[in-house]
Ligand binder design. Structure first.
Ligand code: HEC
Length: 135
């Protein structure tokens, strides 16, 4: 009987260890606080992706990680340590334009900063507008 208990304990601590590894590698994103001044930032070009500029820039700069449809399944996604949220999820889209702007162009950690690569203010908003059309 004692033996059984021992092996049960050994097995369950092994399982707990494996489980904690699993959790560590697939853990959800850390909360991402966006500074107030960005949160309420106004999109001066709401709703439209004029001449497909946003789509073009998305394909050029974002698709490699976020994937063609924004699902987080781009070629580079597997190399990243951070889990990416599907950009078409309600919890992503319910953020303000300013929050999406901050995350998209200031970034953090593995989400690169795009202030230089996408320097034009109107172009940036076109990218945000385009993200909102992904489904
Ligand atoms: C090198 C890979 C990579 C590229 C390229 C990239 N991203 Fe990201 N992106 C990430 C990662 C990783 C995260 C998650 C970051 C985190 O939570 O710390 C992220 C998060 C985001 C988020 C936040 C989503 C949420 O969970 O609220 C937005 C918005 C976003 N990216 C937009 C963009 C846009 C727009 C571009 C192109 C201009 C882009 N990303 C290019 C890797 C990338």
């Amino acid at each position: 009987m004692k033996k059984k208990i021992k092996s049960f304990l050994a097995l369950s601590s092994g399982a707990a260890f494996i489980f904690s590894l699993f959790v560590a590698f697939t853990s959800p994103q850390e909360p991402w606080e966006v500074p107030a001044k960005y949160k309420t930032m106004e999109n001066e070009y709401p709703g439209e992706d004029v001449d497909g500029i946003g789509e073009e820039l998305y394909k050029k700069h974002c698709r490699s990680c976020h994937g063609k449809e924004g699902y987080g399944d781009g070629n580079k996604a597997a190399e990243l340590e951070t889990e990416m949220r599907d950009l078409t999820l309600e919890e992503v889209l319910e953020q303000t334009d300013g929050e999406l702007y901050y995350k998209s162009f200031i970034g953090r950690d593995e989400m690169p900063n795009f202030e230089k690569k996408i320097g034009d203010e109107e172009d940036r908003w076109m990218v945000i507008n385009y993200i909102r059309t992904l489904e």
